[in-house]
Design a protein around this ligand. Sequence first.
Ligand code: ZN
Length: 251
Amino acid sequence: MEIITRQRALKEGLKYYFTGKPCKHGHISKRWTIGKSCIECTQTSRRKKMKKEYDSKWIKNLDNRKKKEQYYAVYYKKPEVIERRKEYNAKLEIKEKKKIYNKKYLDKLGPVEVTKRGNKYRRKWIKTSKGKFRRFIDNTSRRLRSGKLSKSKQALLGYSFEEYQERLLKGTSFSGLKEAYEFGYHVDHMVPLSYNSDTIFCKELQFQIAMDLDNLQLLAKTENHKKSGKVCLPEVQEAIKYLWTKYNVTL
Ligand SMILES: [Zn+2]
């Protein structure tokens, strides 16, 4: 930093000057032209003061909050209040509003694996999906007209059941999983099986691509119905591109 004497700073109307000498707290920094005090010192003291103010305010707020809680604990138990709230909550437009709000909130929470509320559904899913996995593999195999699952085919998967579960949960938002439980869910192949079997000759490869972890996603039944068999969707096109390069498929 350039050395500017206080005299020069005064003459030129500068806010700060700089001598290069440490202050009594050892900071080598600029000083205020008016008052001569070190900038770092003034900053730290200001911060301290603000924190003190903030802390005292917070304590006051806490007192108020406790009072509020005590007040409302009594208030909400009054029979006329209970009746009024019931009426209010039963209104259709309020129900709609709540639904929209909840969905927004759940979407904000993000992926299932990081949220506490998601964990409840996660555990539920892990408990109930084991038998379904087996059936899902069988189904895929049958739909590709390559018969029931043999041992060699299971080896083709290249991943364990747990990995499969983790993967499906990863791509699902909490609201998605909740919906999936409300309406029932499907494990969906991003690339439709028919497209798979139309373009690839080798049966093993068909199966391998169909069951690739990158090709699977958890969908609520309602959603799956909407998109069924549409190859033109951009996300499907992307999946095709990705998987075809992964498995060296040339068309
Ligand atoms: Zn200082």
